[in-house]
Write a protein that binds this ligand. Structure first.
Ligand SMILES: NC(=O)c1ccc[n+]([C@@H]2O[C@H](COP(=O)([O-])OP(=O)(O)OC[C@H]3O[C@@H](n4cnc5c(N)ncnc54)[C@H](O)[C@@H]3O)[C@@H](O)[C@H]2O)c1
Length: 431
C-alpha cells in the first residue's frame, strides 16, 4: 500500500481521497479552503455524493485519511501526489491551468525523489510536460520525479461507485515504469487498465466528453425535428437504442447539457483543434446545438405563456445541472431561469439540493420550501431538473395551486397523457 497526497478536496479530489483510503492506501488530502478542511476533518461532507459520508467516516476512523490546509503540507511524505484542482474555462475557451500551475510550484520543493505527480484534473494534451517544466523550474529534481496523466471519468451523484467500479482506468506516461507504479494503486479494482503515452491519455478524456456531448446534441436535434414532423422522440430513441451499435445511454432529449465538465471540455477541445489547425466543425455544431437548445426551452415557455413572459409567475422545479447532485455549475436550469427573469417573469424555484447561494447567482430569483409552494399562483410550471421527487408529485394538487395549468417539461419526466387528463396544457421535448 502507498502513501498518497490528494490536492483539491472537491468532487473529484474528495472522492479520490476517500476511495483510495478504502483501497488501503494512506491519504493526506489538501485543500486551500480552511473551512472545508475543518468540516472534512470532523467527518462532514460539504457536497452531495451518495456513499461519501460513510467512506469519509471509515477513512478518518482507520486513520488512513486526513485533511490539511495547503498543498505543501500534504506533499512531503507522499509517494504519489494527485492533482485534483479546477481547470476552468479561460476567456479564449482554453483550459485555464493556473490552479494546476500554482499547486505544482507550491509542492515542487517538498517532493521526495521517486515521487510521482499524477494529473487527475482534466488537462489538455501537453499538460504532463507543462507540469514537468513547472516542477523543474520551481526546484524539483525532475530526473527523479515522474509525472503521469490519470484522467477521471466519474459522474457527480454516483462518484463513489464510478471510482470503485470504473469502466476503465487510463494512465498515460512516457516512462512505462512510472505508469506501472500508478496502475498498481488501482490493483484492488476489477477494471481494465489502459496504460498509454501521456498525450493519448489526455486526449482520451476530452474525446470521451466530446463524444458524450455529441450524443446529447444529436438526440436534441432529432427531438427538435420530431416536433416539426409530429414524431415522438421517445419512441424514436427506443427504436434506435435496441441496436447494440447505438445503445440507450445518453440519448435523453432535454434542455441541453451543462455541468462543470461538458461545456468547458468541449470549448477546450475546440480551442486545441484551432491551435492545431484542424477545423472541428462537427464539435462546433454540437456546441451550437446545445446553446440553441437552452434558448429553445425559453421559447417554449414564452409560447406556453401566450407569447410573452412579462409579469408571468413561473414555478421552476429544479436548479441543479442534473438530479442527485447539488452542483449548479453551468446548469441549463440556471441559464433558463436567468433568461425567464430577463424577459420579465417572476420565478419561484424549488430544488431539493441547490445551495442557498443560488440566489447570488440569479438576481431576482425566489426560493420556495417545497414544490407546491413554488407553484402557488403561478401561470406556468417548468420542470428543469429530472429529480425523481418531481415525477411523483400530486399533480392534482399542483393544478389546484396554479393560476393556469400549464407545464413545460424540459426533461420529459412526466407522462403527457396523464398530465393532459388532469387538465394541463403540456409541452415536452420532441414529443
Ligand atoms: N466534477 C466532475 O464530475 C469531474 C469529473 C471528471 C473530471 N473532473 C475534473 O477534475 C478537476 C476538479 O474538478 P472538481 O469538480 O472536483 O472541482 P471542485 O471545484 O469541486 O474542487 C476543486 C477543489 O480544489 C481546491 N483548490 C483550488 N486551488 C487549490 C490549491 N492551490 N491547493 C489546494 N486546493 C485547491 C478548491 O478549494 C476545491 O475544493 C477538474 O479539472 C475537472 O474538469 C471533474
Amino acid at each position: 500500500m502507498s502513501r498518497l497526497a490528494v490536492i483539491g478536496a472537491g468532487y473529484v479530489g474528495l472522492t479520490t481521497a476517500a476511495c483510495m483510503a478504502r483501497l488501503g492506501h494512506t491519504v493526506v488530502a489538501a485543500d486551500i479552503d480552511a473551512d472545508r478542511v475543518a468540516l472534512l476533518s470532523k467527518g462532514e461532507v460539504p457536497i452531495l455524493e451518495e456513499g461519501l459520508p460513510e467512506l469519509l467516516a471509515e477513512g478518518l476512523a482507520s486513520k488512513r485519511l486526513r485533511f490539511v490546509v495547503g498543498a505543501a503540507n500534504a506533499a512531503p511524505d507522499a509517494e504519489f501526489v494527485f492533482l485534483c484542482v479546477p481547470t476552468p474555462q479561460g476567456d479564449d475557451g482554453s483550459a485555464d491551468l493556473s490552479f494546476v500551475e500554482a499547486v505544482a510550484r507550491e509542492i515542487a520543493p517538498a517532493l521526495r525523489p521517486g515521487t510521482v505527480v499524477v494529473n487527475k484534473s482534466t488537462m489538455p494534451v501537453g499538460s504532463t510536460r507543462v507540469v514537468e517544466r513547472i516542477l523543474a523550474a520551481a526546484g524539483a529534481s525532475i530526473e527523479e520525479i515522474g509525472v503521469a496523466s490519470n484522467p477521471e471519468f466519474l459522474r457527480e451523484g454516483t462518484s463513489v461507485r464510478d471510482f470503485l467500479e470504473p469502466n476503465r482506468v487510463v494512465i498515460g506516461c512516457d516512462d512505462p515504469s512510472v505508469a506501472v507504479r500508478v496502475s498498481e494503486l488501482y490493483r484492488g479494482l476489477k477494471a481494465p487498465i489502459l496504460v498509454t503515452d501521456s498525450a493519448s491519455a489526455e486526449m482520451i478524456k476530452y474525446a470521451s466528453n466530446a463524444f458524450l456531448a455529441t450524443k446529447i446534441s444529436f438526440v436534441n436535434a432529432i427531438a427538435n425535428l420530431c416536433e416539426a414532423v409530429d414524431a415522438d422522440v421517445r419512441e424514436v430513441v427506443l427504436g434506435m437504442g435496441y441496436d447494440t451499435r447505438i445503445g440507450f445511454e445518453f440519448l435523453r432529449p432535454g434542455p441541453g447539457y451543462g455541468g462543470s465538465c461538458f461545456p468547458k471540455d468541449t470549448a477546450a477541445l475546440l480551442h486545441a483543434a484551432e491551435q492545431a489547425g484542424y477545423d472541428f466543425t462537427l464539435l462546433q455544431g454540437v456546441v451550437d446545438v446545445n446553446r440553441r437548445q437552452h434558448e429553445r426551452m425559453v421559447d417554449k415557455a414564452r409560447d406556453l405563456a401566450g407569447g410573452s413572459l412579462d409579469g408571468v409567475r413561473v414555478a421552476a422545479l429544479g436548479l441543479t445541472f442534473k438530479a442527485n447532485t447539488d452542483d449548479l455549475r453551468d446548469s441549463p436550469a440556471i441559464h433558463i431561469v436567468r433568461r425567464l427573469i430577463e424577459e420579465g417573469a417572476r420565478v419561484v424555484a424549488h430544488d431539493p439540493a441547490a445551495p442557498a447561494r443560488v440566489l447570488d447567482l440569479v438576481p431576482g430569483l425566489e426560493l420556495a420550501g417545497d414544490p407546491y409552494a413554488a407553484c402557488a399562483g403561478a401561470g406556468l410550471v417548468a420542470v428543469l431538473t429530472e429529480w425523481d421527487a418531481f415525477r411523483w408529485l400530486d399533480f392534482g394538487r399542483v393544478a389546484a395551486e396554479l393560476a393556469e395549468a400549464r407545464i413545460l417539461d424540459t426533461r420529459n419526466l412526466l407522462d403527457p397523457a396523464a398530465m393532459r387528463r388532469l387538465g394541463f396544457v403540456y409541452e415536452g421535448v420532441g414529443r
